[in-house]
Design a protein around this ligand. Sequence first.
Ligand code: ZN
Length: 251
Amino acid sequence: MTEPTPTTSEISVDVPTPERALAVGAHPDDVEFGCAATLAKWSDQGTDVQVLVLTDGSKGSWDPAEDQRALISTRKREQEAAASALGASTVHFLDLVDGELTGNRGEVGAVCEALRAVRPDLVLGHDPWKRYRLHPDHAAAGRLVVEGIVAARDPHFFPRLGAPHRPERLLLFEPDVIDHVERVHESFDAKIDALFAHRSQWPSTMGIEVGSPDEEDQTKAFVERLRAEAAEAGELIGGGVAEPFKRMEPL
Ligand SMILES: [Zn+2]
């Protein structure tokens, strides 16, 4: 059986602007790829946007000689710069080891504690049910958000880790099944700026070799790829520039 292709009428458009949104990514740059234009749109509309990065990003290099300690601090600076390009107020780092998210109770407790401290009405995270995903941290991070929300809202989970908090809705980015899109025509350039703030990731995730004669062409190709993805999401609602999600509510 294949998944039925969603029709336009089954796809909702633009949730009410949240008061506070928390976007959770496995690594520095995941939130920017997944939902940066949506976050930039909301921060323009007055939302308090915050970002939670679960791992330290220490394996985000293809260079075997990379100084991982230096890479961790570089990627934190890049994440802070990306967040300010989106108008986010705060970036929280859990500093778990990159590539080694397990989804254990300690990690669920840490996500629960962050949710109870930030108290967002809307949460965004990786889709834990996305098929054929290669990087294990992305699936684990998605599961941690789902389990963290259940723990945060129910008082008998982690009773010493803050007062219970129930967000209103969850949007999963890079979704396996799309049933919601956010229109982001006005804020799409902020997504590009935020992604380019992750300079250490240009070679690996953006296909841009810094300092090479092809850098300019590769940069253009990357932006074209992003625009094509946003147009594809827009096509689901008859055109425009959009980011796709799986929407879960009530929680
Ligand atoms: Zn990632």
